[in-house]
Design a protein around this ligand. Structure first.
Ligand code: PLP
Length: 388
């Protein structure tokens, strides 16, 4: 059976070139980047090269990159590290749980948090952010691209609002990095999170950009790694992999690979909508990252569809993978105004660098037929068909 993987917003496969760059650091090259001997200095040089590569992807200085264990830690470091008890934070209702629950924790620690709503496309209105500002607002944290819909938020406008108000701005760019070009100067952010495993580097490594001069309280106490912003011996192979993936991502923009991916995604989306009735795109009409489409199929239970497609060799997702196992509808789709049953009828297709046209063809051969079969089995759907 041909297996097709269209769940790249959950995680991406490590690219062969990334693995080749990492491999020596698991074996013959094993130094601790803090050691002064040769093996240690070799590791240090590899970490610093990777820092340059990540900085080049984000348009910042290498010293502004803090390596972390992933996107969750980068988000937590930004959110918890930039505020204190008594401060006010503005965020959105559709953030990843890494930001959302970090903000909820801040509330328990004496901070005030405003969760700005989004419209039916999952877009936040920058004016709502402006209106939410208070004298004690210290931080605005709004994601660049949503993991479920792929919708891009107006981060540059929010950056301007933050600058005018003299407030820190963090953006979770875990789902934006490698998909759209990023320039932290244009965004005007003080902190920006990325994660290795969303850009074809391994799981368990990420980075936080922290603008020069921005004071950030560390999450961990220990050695003076990462300029005292993140204690703990560096994950050298992971960092080398992240650096290589960042370099590959940057080069891909120069070849306009993002446009080719958008064309593949659009073909998939259009063909599904042409062949399946009572279906539509969540986030339609907003600008989105090129790899994602989130489609609702009325009268379908997304869990049943995900399992049926998986049995036929297609991996997709019916909500955020990070909260899989939970039966509640996605908080993102609910925040957009979808009813619970509509949110539960939604499927996310997300492409990766390994996706080829044949994967799209094979997906199109499976999805309409599987939706039709599940609807045929649904008593609710049959009842509706009879009454109309
Ligand atoms: N932020 C967003 C938008 C994400 O999609 C994810 C993961 O799905 C994260 C943060 C967490 O990243 P990580 O899995 O590297 O901890």
């Amino acid at each position: 059976m041909r297996r097709i993987y269209l769940d790249n917003n959950a995680t991406t496969p490590v690219l062969p070139q990334v693995w080749d760059a990492m491999r020596p650091w698991f074996g013959e090259q094993f130094g601790n980047a803090s050691s002064i001997h040769q093996p240690g200095q070799n590791a240090r040089a590899a970490v610093e090269d990777a820092r340059q590569q990540v900085a080049a992807l984000l348009g910042c200085h290498a010293s502004e990159i803090v390596f972390t264990s992933g996107g969750t830690e980068a988000d937590n470091l930004a959110v918890a590290g930039l505020v204190r008890a008594g401060d006010h934070v503005i965020t959105s209702s559709i953030e990843h749980h890494a930001v959302l629950l970090a903000c909820k924790h801040l509330e328990e620690c004496g901070c005030e948090v405003t969760f700005v709503p989004v419209d039916g496309r999952s877009l936040l209105d920058p004016d709502d952010v402006r209106r939410a500002l208070r004298p004690n607002t210290k931080l605005i944290s709004v994601m660049m691209a949503n993991n479920e819909t792929g919708v891009l938020q107006p981060v540059e406008e929010i950056g301007k609002i933050a600058a005018e108000a003299g407030v820190c701005f963090h953006t979770d760019a875990v789902q934006g990095a490698g998909k759209v070009p990023i320039d932290v100067q244009r965004i005007g952010c003080h902190a920006l999170s990325i994660s290795g495993h969303k850009i074809h580097a391994p799981q368990g490594v990420g980075a936080l950009y922290v603008r020069k001069g921005t004071k950030i309280q560390p999450l961990f106490y220990g050695g003076r790694h990462e300029r005292s912003r993140r204690a703990g011996t560096e994950n050298v192979p992971g960092i080398v992999g992240l650096g290589k993936a960042a370099q590959i991502a940057k080069e891909a923009f120069e070849r306009s690979d993002d446009k080719k991916m958008a064309a593949m995604r659009d073909r998939l989306q259009q063909a599904i909508l042409a062949q399946v009735d009572e279906a539509g795109v969540n986030g339609d009409g907003a600008s989105r990252v090129p790899n994602t489409t989130n489609i609702y199929f009325d009268h379908i239970d997304s869990e049943a569809l995900v399992i049926s497609l998986d049995l036929k060799g297609l991996a997709v997702s019916g909500g955020a993978a990070c909260s899989s196992g939970a039966t509640e509808p996605s908080h993102v789709l609910v925040a957009m105004g979808l009813r619970g049953d509509q949110a539960r009828a939604s499927i996310r297709f997300s492409l990766g660098k390994q996706t080829v046209a044949e994967d799209i063809d094979a997906t199109l051969a499976l999805v309409p037929e599987t939706v039709a079969r599940l609807r045929d089995l649904s008593p609710l759907y049959k009842k509706q068909a009879v009454s109309t």
